[in-house]
Design a protein around this ligand. Structure first.
Ligand SMILES: C[S@@+](CC[C@H](N)C(=O)[O-])C[C@H]1O[C@@H](n2cnc3c(N)ncnc32)[C@H](O)[C@@H]1O
Ligand code: SF4
Length: 317
């Protein structure tokens, strides 16, 4: 079971495919990094901001997240840290705000965050600015606010539209409501992307294709297709075993063919794009470009060094 799960982790995403290298890396003094960054000043970079808050109780979640508390203080701490990097890290070509569920922040906190980042960094006018969200934490007001704040790429964790499978995953709201919200987000955001899971207990290949058909019909620009990782501490892994890797491979191949037949390109490990979604942020990971990670649990990669933050907001603040 362990080997099976390790393979899945390697398949995972732009967030953690590089983690297996950590044990082999040397620790360096942060001043060493600042000197290197100074030498390479002017190089474009990507910014990742982690918002660890989420009110969800998904049975499968392996992300750095906690129930919201002291959220304003947290945002202020992120900005305080950002200021220490501002002389070394500019211009910024792409910003990715991930979580947790970043839209669990209040409108005032989101405004504080984006206005602050805009003041601290030289963010390019045509920067790709992505925010992760989930439909249960995405109101009409928040959608409008995000667009006002410059967000041009919304990434929604859908996982599946299937009502039974949503229950297994502990997702809130039904599939129909998710589709309604996505259709509305489609009207509001220039780029709309979603996450879809396969290898969910009880799910077969047809269920995955049905989910993808729905995504295509809505006109989703980018689809991240992740195999479910059965994290050892998750509720789902106490109840179910991951299916054999051959099944995952078969589902992925079928899904890939389906998406390609419907005009999507396979742009990185598990991301598909209809051509409009350039996903510039992920290209920084592929090319080992400079990525500054801010916030609890955030990972960055700068001048050939990984930088990893402590995982809880309490320690970070
Ligand atoms: C920060 S979440 C997206 C936003 C929001 N919190 C949500 O869940 O809708 C990022 C993505 O990580 C993926 N993820 C979380 N736990 C996972 C697991 N155990 N295996 C595979 N992917 C996982 C999900 O696809 C999720 O959409
Ligand atoms: S909504 Fe997202 S971050 Fe929150 S528990 Fe579910 S998967 Fe995790």
């Amino acid at each position: 079971m362990d080997n099976n799960n390790t393979t899945r982790k390697w398949l995972k995403s732009h967030h953690d495919t590089l983690f297996p290298f950590f044990p082999f890396l040397k620790k360096r003094n942060i001043d060493w990094l600042f000197v290197r960054l100074m030498e390479r000043r002017g190089e474009k970079g990507a910014l990742y901001v982690h918002i660890p808050f989420c009110t969800g109780r998904c049975t499968f979640c392996i992300l750095t997240r906690e129930y919201p508390s002291e959220t304003t203080k947290y945002v202020k701490s992120v900005l305080k840290e950002a200021k220490t990097w501002s002389d070394y890290f500019s211009p910024v070509e792409t910003v990715y705000v991930g979580g947790g569920t970043p839209t669990s922040l209040s409108s005032e906190e989101l405004k504080l965050l984006f206005d602050g980042l805009g003041e601290i960094f030289q963010i390019e006018r045509d920067a790709e600015i992505s925010v992760e969200t989930t439909t249960s934490e995405l109101t009409e007001d928040k959608m409008n606010l995000l667009v006002e704040l410059g967000v041009n790429r919304l990434s929604v964790g859908v996982q599946t539209f299937n009502p039974g499978l949503r229950k297994v995953l502990g997702r809130r709201r039904g599939g129909k409501e998710v589709i309604k919200k996505l259709n509305r987000a489609r009207e509001v955001f220039p780029l709309l992307t979603i996450d879809v899971l396969y290898d969910v207990p009880g799910q077969d290949k047809r269920d995955v294709i049905t989910d993808l058909q729905k995504a295509v019909k809505i006109g989703i620009d980018g689809i991240s297709l992740y195999p479910l990782i059965f994290g050892p501490k998750t509720a789902i892994s106490r109840q179910f075993e991951p299916p054999p890797i051959e099944i995952a491979r078969d589902i992925f191949e079928t899904a890939k063919c389906f998406l390609e037949d419907n005009g999507y390109n396979h742009v990185n490990i598990n991301h598909f794009s209809n051509g409009r979604d350039k996903f510039r942020y992920s290209s920084y990971f592929n090319s080992l470009g400079n990525v500054l990670g801010l916030g609890a649990g955030a990972t960055g990669f700068m001048t050939d060094c990984f930088v990893k933050h402590k995982s809880t907001s309490e320690v970070f603040v």
